[in-house]
Design a protein around this ligand. Structure first.
Ligand code: ZN
Length: 217
């Protein structure tokens, strides 16, 4: 009979396991989480700083509507939110910890601002988005929020699912390209934003010319 021993259901054991910092051999009390990794305050600070820096470097050439960029935006938001929460917690009120937490907040906000700036520079291009699936034919006039060599992010009033196919048509030059929807979400203004990726490998935005001259410079 296992009356004396404390027998925990498997779930409870996992939960207790998860309460420990995941950086070996730390074992500290969990205060935050980065992408599902439980971390103590100390390791939240070191891991978030190094992740923010290394990822932002790697993302220099990644398109604004890629999954990596979405993941990075989520990481920025989560680091900032947790750094803010911890900085207001009296248990972490020593000057050094507080300063480091505020550093993380500052870094996340700078990176967020520079992301927004560069995506604005990418400019708005007027386009028609068209769906030509049997039984689901529609067209709307809209504009891009971001563009990159391989795709674009744009406002779309029609409901489209991830993986669906659309046709993009430039208003200024009439060029057409087939594209696949890679994400669909609502922005802060409540507008539906979709990310598309071209299927034909065409240089729809003349992007090649711009980045080639940028590389030479
Ligand atoms: Zn730790």
């Amino acid at each position: 009979m296992a009356t004396g021993a404390q027998v925990l259901p498997p779930d409870a054991e996992t939960a207790i396991e998860a309460r420990r910092c995941s950086v070996a051999p730390c074992d500290g009390e969990v205060a935050a989480e980065i992408e599902a990794r439980p971390l103590c305050v100390e390791h939240f600070m070191t891991v978030s700083m190094s992740e923010l820096d290394s990822r932002s470097r790697k993302l220099k050439d990644v398109s604004f509507e890629s999954t990596e960029m979405e993941t990075f935006r989520a990481l920025l938001a989560s680091c900032a939110q947790q750094a803010h929460r911890l900085s207001e917690d009296e248990r972490h009120s020593d000057t050094r910890t507080k300063a480091r937490l505020l550093d993380i907040l500052l870094r996340a906000s700078q990176l967020g601002q520079s992301l927004r700036r560069s995506s604005r520079v990418e400019s708005a291009v007027s386009v028609y988005v068209r769906r030509e699936d049997p039984g689901r034919v529609w067209e709307e006039e809209t504009w891009t929020s971001t563009i990159s060599r391989h795709g674009a992010g744009l406002v779309c009033r029609h409901l489209v699912e991830k993986g669906g196919q659309v046709i993009l048509c430039r208003k200024d030059r009439g060029e057409r390209a087939r594209a696949r929807v890679v994400y669909c979400h609502y922005d802060a203004q409540g507008r539906r934003q979709i990310g598309i990726e071209f299927l034909d490998g065409s240089d729809f935005w003349d992007y090649g010319n711009q980045s080639r001259s940028a590389q030479r410079a």
